[in-house]
Design a protein around this ligand. Structure first.
Ligand SMILES: Nc1ncnc2c1ncn2[C@@H]1O[C@H](COP(=O)(O)OP(=O)(O)OP(=O)(O)O)[C@@H](O)[C@H]1O
Ligand SMILES: [Mg+2]
Length: 495
């Protein structure tokens, strides 16, 4: 039932840009293999070739010893090879059940058998622990729920080789545990698994072996128990790595707050939340998915209906109603959902970068020169890896899209920056770059708010961490001496 896979000299070029340079290695059937590599190393591209979403320019993929040339993902799925995408691949307007059976619809005679599809969908949703009706339109789901639907969809397709590209990037610790249990079950049932993640603690825990790629090439493989996380990181970047978090500059408590929010309520999500951030300070927001963190800030920005008792920026009362007004006032926001709300993936890099600051470039007409210069600077400062500056944003690897999104919100030079999951899907090297960038933003006098599901990141990066549960602010804790356990206790109410 297991599948044996071998890559032989796989080459992939997008136009003139070659991104895979002859990759060769084999996957052991029935094992969990971790695929490691920096952003842009070619991991997702290789997996898309294996699962029929892309075709190799040269070279071969052998499935149980025979050369396979899949013309599309349905052919690969016919062989039991299923990819769970890094960027979601769901049809927003269809229901969960319709998405799960898309291209594999169940029929009774000529008619779609909705009842049967809903029943089976309910079954796989149960397995992944998503308690939502199968008839719910995907549009209504939050990001973590969409991820679970992707996993449910793969289960319904009866995968024999399951590829997960950053599956836990949007999951909470509880959901992650459930996924790991599911992976163990699948492995016991003989399914071969390929696991891509930048979270090396997860890789260490659930994989049997790791394969490392760098710059579109296979570098090495190793039994997981024979390498440390630190060695994995070094293999990925090809040099010795150093401290992940920058030192924290102290923020004097006498300084007046830059942003003060009093009594912010987002109906259905958050109730009477008050907090303040001083210039130079990094304030973290922790909480389980559904705790209302993202919704709180979407409300603050005016993306959702909300009421607020008082909003102050540098001591002055404010009343912005939408992100544009907020940006004018000096507050910018990076959305967690970079495909849905963060980037316009089909637009060019330049357009993406300057869209926020349109007034600067569009008056009286667009100045391509200034735009190009701004993009060049951003590519340099944020270390964005792109073949050419004329690419659409969709051609960037996941982590590089994240850096572009970050460059985009910082472009108008804000006083307050709200970053929702700023390092999701970003490799260790780039993560460190982003942490140092965030620290620099604070040191330059901005107030920074970071929402994150990675507790270590909040503790390592922030001065204080606010914990939300059930739409309310439970506690605001000094990050010094704070432990992951304490944060979890506050977030789950077991304190
Ligand atoms: N459709 C495309 N057109 C042009 N270039 C592309 C396209 N898709 C990917 N690339 C390029 O191929 C390279 C490898 O990208 P890939 O997405 O495979 O990286 P990755 O290892 O998955 O990185 P990440 O960890 O950031 O997800 C990148 O430089 C990317 O810009
Ligand atoms: Mg990728």
């Amino acid at each position: 039932m297991s599948l044996a896979i071998e890559f032989r000299d796989v080459v992939k070029a997008f136009g003139p840009v070659q991104v895979l340079h002859g990759v060769s290695f084999a996957l052991q059937p029935g094992r969990v293999t971790g695929l490691l590599g920096e952003n842009g190393a070619g991991k997702s591209t290789l997996m898309k070739i294996l699962s029929g979403y892309e075709q190799a320019t040269a070279g071969q993929v052998l499935v149980n010893g025979r050369a396979a040339r899949f013309k599309g993902s349905r052919e690969a799925e016919g062989e039991g090879i299923v990819l769970i995408h890094q960027e979601f691949n769901l049809a927003e307007d269809l229901t969960i059940a319709q998405n799960i059976f898309l291209g594999h619809e169940k029929k009774r005679g000529w008619l779609l058998d909705d009842a049967a599809m809903n029943r089976e969908a309910a079954d796989v949703l149960e397995q992944v622990g998503l308690r939502v009706r199968p008839e719910t339109p995907v549009r209504q789901l939050i990001v973590a729920e969409k991820q679970l639907v992707e996993i449910a969809k793969a289960l319904a397709r009866k995968a024999r080789l399951l590829i997960m590209d950053e599956p836990t990037a949007t999951l909470t610790p509880g959901e992650t545990e459930r996924l790991f249990a599911l992976i163990a079950q699948l492995k016991a049932a003989g399914v071969t698994l390929l696991y891509i993640s930048h979270k090396l603690d997860e890789v260490e825990r659930i994989t049997d072996e790791v394969v490392v790629m760098r710059d579109g090439r296979y570098v090495t493989r190793s039994e997981t128990r024979e390498v440390t996380r630190h060695q994995m990181a070094n293999l990925m970047v090809g040099r010795e790595t150093s401290d992940l978090y920058p030192p924290k500059a102290p923020v004097p408590s006498s300084v007046a707050p830059r942003l003060r929010v009093q009594g912010l309520t987002v109906p259905g999500w958050a109730e009477g939340v008050s907090f303040e951030v001083r210039p130079g300070e990094i304030l973290g927001f922790a909480g389980l998915v559904g705790a209302g963190r993202t919704e709180l800030f979407e409300g603050l920005l005016g993306l959702r209906p909300r009421t607020v008792e008082r909003l102050e920026l540098d001591g002055r009362a404010m009343r912005w109603r939408n992100p544009r007004d907020a940006a004018h006032a000096g507050l910018t926001y990076l959305s967690e959902d970079r495909k849905g709300k963060g980037l316009h993936v089909h637009f060019g890099l330049r357009e993406n970068l300057t869209l926020m600051a349109l007034s600067r470039y569009a008056t009286p007409w667009l100045k391509p020169e200034a735009e190009r210069q701004a993009l060049e600077e951003a590519v340099k400062r944020f270390g964005i890896r792109t073949g050419t500056l004329d690419n659409p944003a969709s051609a960037l690897s996941g982590g590089n899209q994240q850096k572009l999104a970050l460059a985009k919100v910082l472009h108008p030079d804000p006083k307050v920056v709200v970053l929702d999951e700023p390092t999701r899907g970003v490799d260790v090297g780039a993560k460190r770059d982003i942490y140092f960038l965030i620290e620099a933003l604070a040191r330059e006098g901005r107030a920074v708010i970071v929402i994150s599901s990675e507790l270590m990141e909040l503790i390592g990066l922030c001065h204080r961490v606010a914990v939300m549960r059930g739409g309310r602010l439970q506690a605001t804790l000094e990050a010094d001496q704070l432990t992951e356990g304490e944060l979890i206790a506050h977030a789950t109410g077991t304190h």
